[in-house]
Design a protein around this ligand. Structure first.
Ligand code: ARG
Length: 420
């Protein structure tokens, strides 16, 4: 048996003797609150807490900071990373029409490399030797966070207490009670497992694990259920420049603000409820419920504008590259060079994606109703049924049909020969 002290299984797993100061990715919830105290006790280590704001709605960051202090953190850092999240992660996702599975716009997956990158930065600045996070051993988030740390900071170690401490929810609550860790809200019913930011919200756990259990109303905390949505439709007009959304109903807005505004329009109209079965990167198949109003509207509008300005050949290739981009991001391979290679293509393809799209929002549906672009590969004179002339000659069409169908016609004849 090799000595695990000399031969750790992975390059980044922390040996307890070497852990002196830990940067903890702290959310203020039960897991990471118990963890803050637990790391101080079990590792006899100092803890620096880091909370990253990527636009989680309704979060009280000052309360989180105060709680981390109360639990004995050496320092508590709160970083507003919304601008960077949108600029470096969400906008590239829009250019790549990024969706995994039928309807997951990757909001969690996009946030993890940024959160882990900030953890590395703050760990280095505060002299930490180890980073701790609250991910379980069954999810994708551990992959995304640890792959980022191991890539950017091979000198830093990682601890993932939820993976190893073998406390269930009841034991964690008991630990919290005996160690005076404040609990918010009731603790009788176990809550959904939630993750959210300005690009969407996910719920897992409880009855969601019963695949034949239709969604209960209380899971929807962001989007109005379509049956409760207003009887009057709204049309939102979104302006894009080179694939980036820049205006809403004629008013120019910064991207963070614009996404938040579009999200609240969508939420009001019941847009972006997704109930999907998903193949996790660690092999599990799970069900997720997503509420993604801003992403649904913006991706719909962006795809429409691409359809207007690109050619048939571009449209045949790009979805395959979009899907590859989404898979890399889902799988936690943000720092993989293929992703940046693909981004170069996305930039080129989006260079023409400028214009305006009107989307009608009504009881859960987001339907494109208007589109315009100075770069449209469209000429209403050519497209109209009645006229002929200019670039398009209807007289040329029969010749086109003759040659275009030639191989297919010959093959059909061979396969249907009488003498066979
Ligand atoms: N299924 C999604 C993903 O893998 C959402 C995960 C949500 N994360 C969480 N810690 N609750 O990206």
């Amino acid at each position: 048996m090799p000595d695990p002290k000399l031969h750790p299984t992975t390059s980044f797993e922390a040996h307890p003797d070497d852990v002196r100061r830990v940067l903890l990715l702290y959310s203020g919830g039960l897991d990471t609150s118990v963890m803050l105290k637990w790391i101080r006790d079990e590792y006899e280590a100092e803890v620096v807490a880091l909370t990253v704001n990527v636009g989680q709605p309704g979060e009280d960051y000052e309360a989180i900071r105060a709680k981390a202090h109360q639990l004995g953190a050496l320092e508590c850092h709160v970083v507003d990373a919304r601008e960077e999240f949108v600029r470096e992660y969400v906008l590239p996702a829009i250019k790549a029409n990024a969706v995994y599975g039928p309807g997951y716009p990757l909001f969690t997956a996009l946030s993890r490399p940024l959160i882990a990158k900030l953890a590395v930065q703050h760990a280095r600045e505060t002299g930490c030797d180890t980073i701790a996070h609250g991910c379980t051993g069954k999810g994708n988030d551990q992959v995304r966070i640890e792959a980022t740390i191991a890539t950017l900071a091979p000198e830093l170690k990682v601890i993932a207490p939820v993976r190893s401490w073998r406390m269930g929810r009841e034991e964690e609550l008991e630990y919290a009670r005996t160690h005076g860790i404040p609990l918010k809200g009731g603790s009788e019913v176990s809550p959904y497992s939630i993750d959210d930011n300005l690009w969407g919200r996910s719920s897992e756990g409880r009855w969601i694990e019963d695949l034949d259990h239709a969604p209960e109303d209380d899971v929807f905390q962001l989007v109005t259920r379509p049956e409760e949505a207003p009887d009057e439709a709204d049309i939102v007009e979104i302006g894009f420049e080179r694939g980036v959304p820049v205006s809403l109903n004629g008013a120019r807005l910064g991207a963070v603000h614009l996404i938040e505004r579009i999200g609240s329009f969508g939420a009001r109209h019941g847009i972006g409820i997704v109930d999907q079965i998903e193949d996790r990167i660690v092999g599990l198949k799970v069900r997720d419920i997503y509420e993604v109003p801003a992403a649904t509207i913006l991706l719909t509008a962006h795809r429409e504008l691409e359809a207007l300005v690109g050619t048939i050949h571009q449209h045949q290739l790009k979805p395959a590259l979009d899907q590859k981009w989404a898979y890399l991001v889902y799988a936690g391979l943000w720092w993989e060079p293929l992703r940046t290679d693909l981004d170069a293509y996305m930039e080129a393809a989006n260079s023409q994606v400028t214009g305006t799209v009107g989307v009608k929002l009504y009881k859960g549906s987001a339907r494109v109703v208007t589109r315009s672009s100075p770069n449209a590969v469209y000429d209403s004179q050519l497209a109209t049924f009645s006229e002929s002339g200019g670039l398009f000659s209807q007289d040329a069409s029969p010749g086109f049909i003759e040659l275009f169908s030639l191989q297919s016609r010959m093959a059909w004849r061979v396969r249907n020969r009488e003498d066979r």
